[in-house]
Design a protein around this ligand. Structure first.
Ligand code: SF4
Length: 322
């Protein structure tokens, strides 16, 4: 069994909602991430799936230390990252990088490609100028660009090439975990497969671990070994990607997959069985958070919150049907 690289235990991020201009008082809490547990193994891709506002991006921000947790633990290589001293924290920040959705806005248009790609190395001040240039040329070659790209600006490249530059930047500090936040959704359909294949090749060659956030289920299925489905800040189903995509158990997962993954491309369904809206996070329903939208809801669903339980080996689900 592969060793764990990242482990989240009871991870929470609650945002206060305040009222009043001068004397602000807290009138409620938005539970963006509300007590999630998951593990990511070395060299694997872990996919996070759900509608917008379900907590995927906040989870990735907690991992990237762009948000501070409200509660819970995040372990990297077995060590609690919130107990790191400044040296360990610096090493962690270099080891965990991100590639974002839009390669047009994520690359500074005023910086040359060499400076963009070398930035994480300069921040951590780990290499001499000549070694830094050598490293930048190496990662540009690894993503299929010519070393001469160093002297050019982002606007001289196509969308796919820009995403390759963003990937090169994420590789530069010898990173181990890369958060891929919708890495192909802003690209032309014809380019998406090239970038996904590149990411998989890099993963195999360099032993990288990916946390993949994507609303496109086909992308998640293609890339991920493990998948977690999030709904209003909680994980409602989790397991091996093959198992989840062939035997989805939670009514939310089933509804999400129903329209997106038809059994035949010609059978694309127009109507989704997902009724209603994601609940107001300031006033969530009691019991199962999905019950106002669930066609299988029964009285217990309105009263008791279902806990995540193992229904099949390695396949967990939070639903009173099981
Ligand atoms: Fe539907 Fe009840 Fe399961 Fe929630 S617990 S998903 S309401 S059946």
């Amino acid at each position: 069994m592969l060793p764990l690289l990242l482990e989240a235990v009871g991870l929470k991020k609650h945002f206060p909602v305040t009222e009043g201009l001068v004397y602000q008082r807290v009138v409620g809490w938005i539970k963006a991430v509300d007590g999630i547990d998951f593990t990511v193994k070395h060299g694997e891709t872990f996919g996070l799936v759900g509608e917008s506002g379900c907590g995927k991006t906040t989870t990735s921000k907690l991992i990237l230390l762009l948000e501070t947790k409200t509660a819970g633990t995040l372990r990297f290589d077995g060590a609690d990252i919130h107990g790191f001293n400044s040296t360990a924290l610096k090493r962690y920040r270099a080891s965990v990088q991100a590639v974002f959705q839009d390669p047009y806005s994520s690359l500074n248009p005023r910086m040359r490609v060499g400076d963009i790609v070398g930035e994480p190395l300069r921040i951590n001040n780990v290499l001499s100028a000549s070694a830094l240039k050598e490293r930048v040329e190496e990662v540009l070659t690894q993503v299929g660009l010519l070393p001469e790209a160093i002297a050019r600006y982002p606007h001289e490249f196509s969308g796919g090439q820009r995403q390759r530059i963003a990937i090169a930047r994420s590789l530069a500090p010898y990173s181990r975990l890369i958060v891929l936040d919708e890495p192909v959704s802003a690209l032309d359909v014809s380019i998406r497969a090239q970038i996904m294949n590149l990411l998989q090749d890099l993963q195999q060659k360099l032993g990288l671990t990916f946390l993949l956030i994507a609303h496109n289920l086909a992308t998640v299925r293609y890339m991920s070994k493990q998948v977690a489905i999030m709904y209003t800040g909680k994980i409602v189903e989790m397991g091996e990607s093959d198992e989840i995509f062939t035997h989805p158990l939670h009514p939310y997962t089933q509804a999400l997959f129903y329209a997106a993954l038809p059994s035949h491309p010609r059978h694309r369904r127009e109507e989704s069985p997902l009724i209603g809206e994601v609940p107001n996070p300031l006033n969530p329903p009691p019991g199962c958070l999905f019950h106002p939208r669930c066609v299988y809801a029964k009285p217990v669903c309105r009263a008791e919150e279902p806990l995540l339980r193992e229904e099949a080996p390695g396949h967990t689900v939070a639903c009173h049907l099981y």
